[in-house]
Design a protein around this ligand. Structure first.
Ligand code: KG4
Ligand code: ZN
Length: 406
């Protein structure tokens, strides 16, 4: 079954084509048009600007995804596709219906609705968080992810393309990992922080979530305090990782986190680490950083030390609770998802903790390009729903900007 995925919930216009067979998913194309450069100057995503960019990008991105995948375009005059003998044809469309920015979501949902209608294809409406979870089915990954991430100008200037041979751009080395249930998934993005217990495809139980800021949001706000710009997560990670590499520990590491502290700098709190539940809280961590900076006249000379301590604090709490959840529910797989899953410190610490503290559980971490927003993950989640014929008729398809994940 071939699925066209569409994702426009925030500031990435993304389309991808995947092929699902049994429990296996193969990515045939994955195109992301990033708006980061546009929003950078505002210090964050401006919803109306994002929506206008989506409108400009959506069809070129879908067209590119279909062409790269080497699948037949369902109706050639609308999108070129690759009209190759024997190539597969799209069987269903999967689109992010929510949560997200309503003006951004509208572009993807209305496009999916229109294409579903004129191509007579069924549409799966997806929760964005479920999409992030299914990034874990897209591995191991190879290939050059950069070639697939284009900025808006590049997308809008794509030439009228000649038909190419099938499979030329496919990520052919992708294989499915045999994911075993129950699995626990730490899903950490700019909008959400959740621990999810998954007992089968589409079967979730939210064990805990953030009571205030999401982990990614906290990284973004901390980066603002430290004058590191937008997007904050990668900016903090970059200086923190560099600091951790060169810093000589002044205090012996306790849990591994002590390493980032420089002389005179107080440890930041590890919010709710011993709360005994699976909830998180990150707004206090950001506030603690704010007051430390206020009290330190020389903080600008220690930006990387503060960034490293902030990263340590957030990662320590995330890893601790994920391991506790995996232990409590005897999970056979631990998975990571969402934009913050691109954080190398989090990936490494979770790897170590799973090895040291869990027996018989395997850790699965998506490739970096499938952590931040993309449509391959939406198509993958869509495939498992399409298998069950969990479609939404176009008359009922609508955006769900505030939909909960349950
Ligand atoms: O999943 P995503 O692309 O979009 C949402 O659904 O929110 O996640 C974006 C979030 C941003 O807050 C960004 O700062 C964070 O993920 N992020 C990171 C890293 N890369 C992206 N946070 C920490 N370390 C990173 N390397
Ligand atoms: Zn996301």
């Amino acid at each position: 079954m071939i699925i066209l995925g569409i994702e426009t919930s925030c500031d990435e216009t993304a389309a991808a084509v995947i092929e699902g067979r049994g429990d296996e998913v193969r990515v045939l194309s994955n195109v992301v048009s990033s708006q980061i450069e546009i929003h950078k100057k505002y210090g964050g995503v401006v919803p109306e600007v994002a929506a206008r960019e989506h409108v400009l990008n959506i069809l070129p991105v879908i067209d590119e995804a279909i062409r790269k995948a080497g699948v037949k375009s369902p109706y050639p005059p609308l999108l070129k596709g690759a009209n190759i003998k024997g190539a597969g044809k799209v069987d269903a469309i999967a689109v992010t219906a929510g949560p997200g920015l309503v003006t951004s979501l509208l572009v993807g949902v209305e496009t999916a609705k229109t294409l579903g209608y004129i191509w007579n294809l069924p549409v799966v409406a997806l929760n964005h968080i479920e999409g992030h979870i299914y990034a874990n089915w897209l591995r191991p990954i190879s290939g050059n992810s950069k070639s697939e991430i284009l900025n808006s100008k590049q997308i809008q200037n794509l030439p009228v393309r000649p038909v190419r041979s099938a499979g030329g751009q496919s990520d052919s080395k992708i294989q499915i990992s045999k994911i075993k249930f129950p699995a626990v998934i730490l899903t950490v993005s700019g909008g959400h922080t959740m621990l999810v217990l998954m007992s089968g495809h589409g079967k979730y139980r939210v064990l805990g979530e953030t009571r205030d800021d999401a982990a990614g949001e906290a990284f973004d706000k901390a980066a603002q305090l430290l004058d590191l710009g937008y997007p904050g997560g990668p900016a903090i990670a970059a200086v923190a990782d560099k600091f951790n590499k060169v810093a000589i520990p002044l205090h012996p590491p306790t849990t591994g986190a002590g390493q980032a502290l420089s002389r005179g700098q107080k440890k930041l709190p590890r919010p709710m680490i011993n709360s005994g539940d699976f909830d998180f809280s990150f707004s206090g961590l950001k506030t603690a950083l704010f007051y430390q900076l206020e009290r330190d006249r020389n903080w600008r000379k220690k930006i990387s030390a503060y960034a490293a301590e902030f990263q340590n604090a957030a990662v320590e709490v995330l890893v601790h609770k994920t391991i506790k959840a995996a232990q409590k529910f005897n999970c056979r797989n631990v998975m990571l998802s969402g934009g913050v899953a691109a954080n190398l410190e989090l990936r490494n610490r979770l790897k170590i903790a799973v090895k040291e503290k869990l027996t018989g559980a395997e850790l699965i971490i998506p490739d970096l390009k499938y952590c931040t927003d993309n449509a391959a993950m939406i198509a993958a989640a869509g495939y498992f729903r399409a298998r069950k014929k969990d479609f939404t008729p176009w008359q009922k398809l609508k955006t769900e900007p505030n939909i909960e994940f349950r």
